[in-house]
Design a protein around this ligand. Structure first.
Ligand SMILES: *Cc1c(COP(=O)(O)O)cnc(C)c1O
Length: 397
C-alpha cells in the first residue's frame, strides 16, 4: 500500500532525465499588487488582529454566499473551530468521507470525537449519501461533506438526511471555493463551510483558513476559540481603553495575521479569472482524454459548477498506477495522489483496529487515481505536454 521510500528515491533520480521545466500539480500565483498589498500592511500599525482580518472575512463570506466569516491560521484550524462551535465532544460521532485529506477526520479527534468513515461514490469520489444514512447511530452529531477535487457534494440529499436526524451539516469546501450546487454557491447550503488558503488552493494567504456561516452565534464561538477562549481581542480593548479581559472557555491561538489577510484580499480579486482558467484547463483535459478508455475523468454532475482545485483521472484496473506515476515524475510532471484513504493511515489503522474498517469504493479508487497538474497559469502547451506524456506512460505500463 502506498509508495515505498525506495520507489520515491527512484523517482528522484529518474527526474533528472528530463530537461524540460518541472510542472507541479498545483501552485500559487503571486503578482506585484499582491506584494504591494502586503508591503502596505508591513508599514502600518497592525500586523495582526487589525483591520485587514475583518475585511478579508467579509469579502470571502460575501463571495461564497454567507453572512459571517471567521478567518484563522489554517484550514485545519477552521475545521477544528467548526467542530468546537457545534459542540462536538468525547464520544460524539461525526461522519466523514473515507477519501479526504487527514485534517477532515483529525478535527473530530481533536475534540475527543469519533470520525466515522462513509464510503464514496465510485464515479465522483464524493461522499455517498446512502452510506451516510447507513453510518448514523444514536451518537452521530454531524456530517462533514468534502467537495472532493472541487465538485460540490449532493447537498440536497445530505441536507435532508441531516435534518431528519437533527445533525449539523458541515462542508469542507477546501477544494471548492467558487463552486456551485444547483445554482447555489457552496456556502449557501451547509451550517458551516470551511476554506483553506494554503498555496495549492484557489487563493492563498501563505497559511490560512476560514469558516463561513449564516449563524452569528456559531461565528462568535469561533472568534473566541481562535483567541484562547477570550471574548475581546487586543484591538477592541485598545479602543475601549481597558486592560481587562477574561477567558470563558478553553481556546487556542488560531489567529491569522493582517499580513496574510492583505495577501488574501488581493488574491480574491483575481479569483473569478482564475476559476475561469481552471475550468478551461479541465475542459482541455476532458476533451483530450475522451478517446482514451484506459484513463477516465471523474464524473461531473450536470447541476453543479465545479471549482477544479484538482483534476483527478482514474485508470482502468489493468494499468499500473505506480508505474505511470514514476514515468510522469521522470518526465518532470508533478502528478500526485489524493488521497490515501483515512483508514489506511497508520494512526487510524491503530485507532480503528487493523482491518476492521473496510470501504471498498475508496480502497479501489485509491489504487487507480492520479491528480494531473491544475493551476491557473498552467499553459495550453503544458496541458498538451501532460496529456502526451500520460499517453506514453500508460501505453508502456
Ligand atoms: C487543504 C485541505 C485541508 C486543510 O487545510 P490547511 O490550510 O492545509 O490546514 C482540509 N481539508 C481538505 C479537503 C483540504 O484539501
Amino acid at each position: 500500500m502506498g509508495f515505498s521510500r525506495e520507489k520515491e528515491e527512484d523517482t528522484d533520480r529518474l527526474a533528472e532525465n528530463d530537461s524540460r521545466a518541472f510542472i507541479p500539480y498545483g501552485r500559487q500565483q503571486v503578482d506585484e499588487d499582491d506584494i504591494q498589498a502586503v508591503a502596505e500592511v508591513l508599514r502600518s500599525d497592525w500586523l495582526t488582529t487589525g483591520p485587514q482580518v475583518g475585511r478579508f472575512e467579509e469579502a470571502v463570506a460575501t463571495f461564497a454566499g454567507a453572512r459571517h466569516g471567521v478567518a484563522v491560521s489554517s484550514g485545519t484550524a477552521a475545521l477544528h473551530g467548526a467542530m468546537h462551535a457545534i459542540g462536538i465532544g468525547p464520544g460524539d460521532e461525526v461522519i466523514v468521507p473515507a477519501i479526504t485529506f487527514v485534517a477532515t477526520a483529525n478535527c473530530v479527534v481533536y475534540q475527543g470525537g469519533i470520525p466515522v468513515l462513509a464510503d464514496v461514490d465510485k464515479a465522483t469520489l464524493l461522499i455517498d449519501p446512502d452510506e451516510v444514512r447507513q453510518r448514523i447511530t444514536a451518537k452521530t452529531r454531524a456530517i462533514i461533506a468534502v467537495d472532493y477535487a472541487g465538485q460540490p457534494c449532493d447537498y440536497d440529499r445530505l441536507r435532508k438526511i441531516a435534518d431528519e436526524h437533527n445533525l449539523y451539516l458541515v462542508s469542507d469546501s477546501c477544494h471548492s471555493l467558487g463552486g456551485e450546487y444547483r445554482g447555489r454557491r457552496v456556502a449557501e447550503i451547509a451550517d458551516l463551510t470551511v476554506f483553506s488558503f494554503h498555496p495549492v488552493k484557489h487563493i492563498t494567504t501563505g497559511e490560512g483558513g476560514m469558516v463561513v456561516t449564516d449563524q452569528a452565534e456559531l461565528a462568535e464561538k469561533m472568534k473566541r476559540f481562535r483567541n484562547h477562549g477570550i471574548a475581546t481581542d487586543h484591538r477592541q480593548r485598545e479602543t475601549l481603553g481597558t486592560w481587562y479581559y477574561e477567558m470563558t472557555e478553553l481556546g487556542f491561538n488560531y489567529r491569522i495575521s493582517d499580513i496574510a489577510c492583505a495577501l488574501g484580499l488581493s488574491q480574491l480579486q483575481k479569483l473569478p479569472a482564475w476559476l475561469a482558467r481552471r475550468r478551461e484547463i479541465a475542459a482541455l483535459y476532458r476533451t483530450a482524454l475522451q478517446d482514451f478508455p484506459d484513463v477516465q475523468s471523474l464524473r461531473v454532475a450536470d447541476d453543479v459548477l465545479h471549482a477544479f482545485h484538482l483534476y483527478v483521472v482514474r485508470f482502468a484496473e489493468q494499468i499500473d498506477r505506480a508505474a505511470v506515476f514514476r514515468k510522469m515524475r521522470a518526465a518532470n510532471i508533478g502528478v500526485n495522489v489524493h488521497y490515501l484513504p483515512i483508514h489506511f493511515h497508520p494512526y487510524y489503522r491503530q485507532r480503528f483496529g487493523e482491518g476492521l474498517v473496510q470501504r471498498p469504493e475508496a480502497e479501489a479508487a485509491y489504487d487507480q487515481i492520479l491528480s494531473l497538474p491544475m493551476y491557473p497559469d498552467l499553459t495550453n502547451d503544458d496541458v498538451i505536454r501532460v496529456i502526451s506524456t500520460l499517453r506514453q506512460a500508460v501505453a508502456s505500463s
